[in-house]
Design a protein around this ligand. Structure first.
Ligand SMILES: [Fe+2]
Length: 556
């Protein structure tokens, strides 16, 4: 008995120590706490912002839209994963001459409306779960699976909010950039299917203005091993907003594909051996527990000729890349640049981004999700082989990896959210921009930089301590947490690829305030900052993607 009491006593002390350590780690002095807690304020009237420092470039004209997850509970029920937060949109409107105005509002989805009106989180397909837990079965109706908080893209002239799942026969929700209202996006064709549940959150726009994407059509009997599922790749005509099927790829297991590459003549889907447990998906179980990593299967690369519609399948050693950077054709090859995630845990690379983990500095700092910058070289397909789908074990693709190093010789290994100058899409581009926690090898997640990567010429800098070659210029402010960097090209002819600005929404952890940073893309130095106002200074929590949409010609 005494032994049992002693054990209980020791256990109690251990629990107290852990609890104390946990409480100490979540102290309110954490500069990032605001990023992972609800920011409830909205700006429903167009409101002009004044720069706190610097001046806004007078040539900027258009709308910078930020997607975010900014509310994580409804009354007593809490969401557990950052990505599941209620979508909130920030829209900074630039009028030529240097004026910036802002609107910000929660996405009025069914997920939001039903939750707020009922005082409880409406059951929805989630990456994580809720606390207290709600039955998954209630989410199977998809009534509230419309929290399109991941990305925002132009599809045939419509600004569409997207995610990795499709809405009811559409791509997501169409956003009105003026009043920030949304309507359901619907395709006007008839070939869509109830089982077209999964898509890519990053549709790719071709230089022509047409858009490429896919839907994954789940075959219910293939879930138990009979027959195959389909990946249907399609093109959206920019003038008619109609979809044309380009190719149907039959597969035994459906891979998770969040983004992909297009070049002038090809679309390249990297089908990692990271596949959906579709029984879980159909039952609306948490997405984070519904993917299986099977590296022994390798990654299939499906190269779809956009003209002939022929599909050629290549093989690569197993890799998964949340985000593709760019692709182009040269030297009779297709080059595909990606950030390949470290998959040694076998889990979704962002699975650790739970609210609990991110509010605990010691756990958060151990989340070092490395991603390698890789360039894959794919031979231009030989279509003289008269098969509809060419497949050969000899078609093996290799890559080169480039480490990311700044002028001080510091490495950047945790990098995500890559962006380029959109005008260089499908061409050779020299620069990409990324988001880098643990910047310069820091032990702290909160030390997050934006980086500019030069992939054409390594930068030799006099300040380089060991005289090694660097390819990274960082933008970093201690205690500030930036989101995805969006490049906007300066207007004019004959300008350099990096002649423009980076727009980023930043959380100032010292002032607990959201601000817009305008950064010179050549030097990565701040041009201007515009803070939100006192009564809504904490306006955005965890940002995901965004984009800049140019003014219409008559407004320029
Ligand atoms: Fe993404």
């Amino acid at each position: 008995m005494y032994s049992l009491l002693l054990q209980q006593h020791i256990l109690l002390i251990v629990v107290l120590i852990i609890t104390f350590a946990s409480a100490a780690a979540t102290t309110t002095t954490d500069p990032l706490a605001g990023v992972f807690t609800t920011s409830s304020a909205e700006v429903l009237e167009e409101t002009v912002l004044k720069p706190n420092d610097g001046t806004v470039p007078t040539w900027l004209c258009g709308s910078y839209v930020r997607q975010s997850a900014s509310k994580f509970e409804e009354h007593t029920r809490h969401l557990t994963h950052t990505f599941d937060g209620f979508g909130k949109l920030l829209r900074y409107k630039f009028t030529k001459g240097g004026t910036v105005s802002l609107r910000a509002n929660f996405l009025r989805s069914n997920f939001y409306n039903v939750s707020v009106n009922s005082g409880d989180i409406c059951p929805s397909r989630l990456l994580g779960t809720t606390v207290p837990h709600e039955s998954n079965a209630k989410a199977m109706t998809d009534n509230c699976t419309d929290n399109f908080n991941v990305n925002v893209v132009d599809i045939a002239g419509n600004i569409v909010l997207t995610s990795d799942y499709t809405s009811n026969k559409g791509a997501g929700k169409i956003l009105n950039l003026e009043d920030m209202t949304t309507i359901e996006h619907k395709w006007n064709d008839t070939w869509t299917n109830y089982f077209d549940k999964i898509t890519a959150a990053h549709p790719q726009q071709l230089p022509s203005g047409d858009t490429i994407n896919f839907v994954m059509r789940i075959n219910p009997v293939a879930i138990v091993g009979i027959g195959k599922h389909s990946i249907i790749v399609y093109r959206v005509n920019q003038h008619t907003n109609t979809r044309e099927q380009l190719a149907t790829i039959k597969v035994k297991k459906l891979p998770y594909i969040h983004s992909f590459t297009v070049t002038k003549n090809y679309a390249i889907l990297a089908a990692a051996p990271f596949t959906w447990e579709l029984g879980n998906i159909m039952a609306a179980k948490p997405v984070m527990n519904s993917l299986k990593w099977s590296p022994e299967d390798g990654t299939a690369l499906y190269v779809i000729n956009l003209q002939t519609k022929k599909v050629t399948e290549y093989k690569a050693d197993a890799f998964f890349a949340f985000h593709h950077i760019n692709g182009f054709e040269a030297n009779n090859k297709i080059y595909m640049d990606v950030l390949a995630n470290n998959m040694t845990s076998g889990l979704v690379p962002s699975s650790g981004l739970t609210i609990h983990n991110m509010l605990n500095t010691s756990i958060r700092d151990k989340l070092v999700g490395t991603a390698e910058y890789r360039r894959y070289e794919i031979p231009i397909p030989d279509e003289s082989i008269n098969n509809k789908r060419i497949k050969s074990s000899s078609l093996v693709v290799n890559y080169t990896m480039t480490p990311l190093i700044d002028a001080s010789g510091k490495l950047y290994t945790t990098v995500e959210l890559p962006r380029i100058n959109g005008l260089k899409s499908t061409e050779i581009s020299c620069y990409w921009y990324g988001w880098a926690p643990h910047a310069a090898g820091s032990n702290h997640f909160a030390d997050t930089a934006l980086i500019k990567v030069d992939v054409c010429n390594n930068i030799n800098d006099d300040t380089n301590a060991d005289d090694s070659i660097s390819n990274v210029i960082p933008w970093f402010v201690q205690g500030h947490f930036p989101g995805e960097p969006i490049f906007v090209q300066k207007p004019g002819n004959g300008l350099a690829e990096d002649d423009g600005v980076i727009l980023a929404s930043v959380y100032d952890g010292i002032k607990s305030a959201t601000y817009l940073a305008i950064i010179d893309a050549k030097s990565m130095k701040t041009i201007s900052t515009l803070y939100c106002q006192d009564d809504w200074k904490h306006l955005m929590s965890f940002g995901i993607h965004g984009d800049f949409f140019q003014c219409k010609e008559e407004e320029k």
